[in-house]
Design a protein around this ligand. Structure first.
Ligand SMILES: C[S@@+](CC[C@H](N)C(=O)[O-])C[C@H]1O[C@@H](n2cnc3c(N)ncnc32)[C@H](O)[C@@H]1O
Length: 220
């Protein structure tokens, strides 16, 4: 038998896994492969990426499950975190805005989250998070999530642009070797210091094979 090209093989395999597990996010990722996914979608959905997003969903369910307004996910890549957040019955999220500076991300995120786009609970946008004015947004954001802090040139400078008291979830890591990483931190304490939150409801470190990921939940 001739092997299938990778996209078709992923599509078939994921449709099978969706049927087996009944998981709606897997079904949506399978559907995306059927429509032509970018080559790095498999990286955005690999076990390490999913584990770090599940860690976030678990911690959020424990600490802040009912944000009072839309949840903004910054540096959101293909919108996988938005899909996981909207799929979790423990969270009451009015809607998600999934923002990335890379213009190829928004269309993919909206295909992945097509059910939520139709329900008016998900939209994707292309913008530089450093240039956003969150105080001017209406409705006001209920929570801002940034799992890409390590990609910013100036994390304290970005945090200074946010309204005081805004609930935040931040992730970073100590993967200094990765060329795209500009603001890695060597430890959880260093991340706490870099973020300078006024309240911290959760602080954790999650070691993986090549690096440790850090997460903070609290208020600016
Ligand atoms: C590799 S991805 C995600 C990495 C992150 N650790 C995660 O797991 O979510 C980093 C994303 O941040 C985006 N990004 C980097 N700088 C940004 C900025 N200033 N504004 C918005 N998005 C940005 C990139 O385009 C990319 O899609």
């Amino acid at each position: 038998m001739t092997p299938e090209p990778p996209q078709e093989a992923f599509h078939d395999l994921l449709r099978g896994m969706a049927a087996l597990s009944g998981n709606r996010v897997v079904a949506d990722i399978a559907r995306l492969y059927g429509k032509g996914a970018p080559p790095d979608l498999s990286i955005a959905c690999n076990h390490k990426q999913i584990a770090s997003k599940q860690w976030l969903v678990e911690a959020l369910a424990e600490t802040y499950p009912k944000p009072a307004g839309p949840v903004w996910v910054l540096g959101a890549w293909y919108g996988v975190l938005g899909a996981l957040l909207l799929d979790d019955a423990r969270l009451a999220i009015p809607g998600i805005v999934s923002l990335d500076i890379d213009p190829t991300c928004a269309p993919i995120g909206e295909i992945l989250n097509h059910r939520h786009v139709q329900a008016g609970r998900f939209r994707a946008m292309t913008a530089d998070m450093m240039a956003m004015d969150f105080a001017a947004q209406s409705p006001a954001p209920g929570l801002v999530i940034n799992t890409s802090c390590e990609h910013l040139d100036d994390v304290p400078g970005w945090l200074a642009t946010l309204p005081k008291g805004l609930p935040l979830v931040l992730q970073s890591n100590d993967y200094f070797r990765e060329p795209d990483h500009r603001s890695c931190v060597p430890s959880l304490d260093a991340f706490r210091e870099q973020a300078g939150l006024s309240e911290v409801w959760f602080a954790g470190a999650r070691p993986t094979k090549n690096y440790t990921r850090f997460m903070l939940i609290g208020r600016r």
